[in-house]
Design a binder for this molecule. Structure first.
Ligand code: ADP
Ligand code: MG
Length: 206
């Protein structure tokens, strides 16, 4: 099992209509400044050796000025020396919203499973997640959202229910149609009324 390269994983999500923030590897601070083009960006170090990026100080949020982008790039490049092979990923800064975890796993006996719940820093605190076997249909997706104690928060009081249900169906399809994907973690998908973006993709393939 190995981690699929971030940009390749993102392209696969694109093919299934699963939205994620604009992302590209940057090789120099100048690349990162050009990627930003005056807008706020995020820089993160991606390495198989660093699973919890933010806990390890490898996620630099909300960078806008040339100086702060360059300083963050230099810091991450320095940290990368011990985490080779690594890449520095630039991303657009997503609009704020509720952080949702969505993912998939492979059960030896039953096959692909799908998970959704409250994401971000709350995953471990509240453990409010629910699971189904894939493939799911629309009523399964709606049922998953009803299972969650935080369902109202995640769905913006129901206003995003249909959107999130469609998203769950897409993730289920991706898992079922790609045998080689044994694990998927979208944590978080940032959800607001009428829109969402996955900002962290971890795809394990065999
Ligand atoms: P990890 O889960 O490995 O610590 P993430 O990529 O999930 O790293 O980043 C940690 C947190 O930083 C996320 O939960 C989210 O709150 C925030 N974050 C990460 N990327 C973005 C982005 N592109 N836009 C806005 N917020 C982000
Ligand atoms: Mg994450």
């Amino acid at each position: 099992m190995r981690m699929l390269d971030y940009v390749r994983a993102k392209r696969l999500l694109d093919r299934y209509g699963i939205r994620s923030v604009r992302s590209a590897y940057v090789r120099t601070a100048a690349d990162a400044v050009a990627f930003a083009g005056g807008k706020a960006i995020v820089l993160k170090l991606i390495s198989g050796k660093a699973v919890h990026k933010s806990r390890e100080g490898l996620v630099k949020l909300n960078l806008r000025e040339k100086g702060e982008i360059s300083a963050a790039f230099a810091y991450l490049a320095r940290r990368g020396a011990r985490l080779k092979p690594y890449g520095i990923l630039a991303q657009a800064m997503a609009e704020p919203g509720v952080e949702v975890i969505m993912g998939g796993n492979t059960d030896k006996q039953f096959g692909k499973t799908l998970l959704v719940g409250l994401g971000g820093i709350y995953v471990e605190t509240f453990r409010d997640v629910t699971m189904r076997l894939c493939p799911i249909n629309r009523s399964d997706a709606l049922g998953m959202l009803l299972d969650l104690k935080s369902g109202k928060i995640i769905t913006n009081d129901g206003k995003s229910t249909a959107m999130i249900a469609s998203l769950l169906l897409k993730v289920s399809r991706l898992l079922v149609e790609n045998d080689k994907i044994v694990e998927l973690d979208l944590n978080p998908v940032i959800v607001r009324e009428g829109s969402y973006d996955a900002v962290d993709i971890r795809m394990m393939v065999v």
